[in-house]
Design a protein around this ligand. Structure first.
Ligand SMILES: [Zn+2]
Length: 132
């Protein structure tokens, strides 16, 4: 269930950035080791079931994920990116001294695209956005 809290945070950030505009796509970076399928599923779930009047602008948003390296700053002095083998869930293992530390994870919004710049009317069925 760890991914759920990350996605919750991501959706909140998206809603804030969207400011009511209908979102088409969200590009986000997730830490290596994140279960991307799970993130996608949670996003779809949360984007469609936001608080009343807020979920609507993410309703049709597609989430595009890219992975980035996880950085670790260890007490032994090691600072750098961890490989997939050094990460288990949200625990990273220092490749120098083997110490396990919790990784601070976050899904970062890289970019978002919006439907036509129209005022969102959550309570009215909108006009067709996609012309044939
Ligand atoms: Zn270390």
């Amino acid at each position: 269930m760890h991914e759920l809290s990350l996605v919750d945070e991501l959706v909140a950030t998206c809603l804030q950035l969207a400011d009511g505009r209908p979102v088409l796509e969200v590009w986000a970076r997730c830490p290596a080791g994140t279960d991307m399928d799970e993130v996608g599923e949670y996003f779809a779930l949360l984007a469609r079931s936001g608080p009343p009047g807020q979920g609507s602008c993410l309703e049709r948003a597609e989430l595009r994920l890219e992975q980035r390296d996880v950085e670790l700053c260890c007490t032994c002095g090691f600072t750098g990116a961890l490989g997939p083998d050094d990460i288990a869930g949200h625990i990273g293992v220092c490749p120098v001294c083997g110490r396990a530390s919790e990784i601070r994870e976050r899904l970062e919004v890289v970019a978002m695209s919006f439907a036509r710049a129209e005022v969102a009317k959550p309570n009215c069925p909108g006009p067709r956005d996609q012309l044939p």
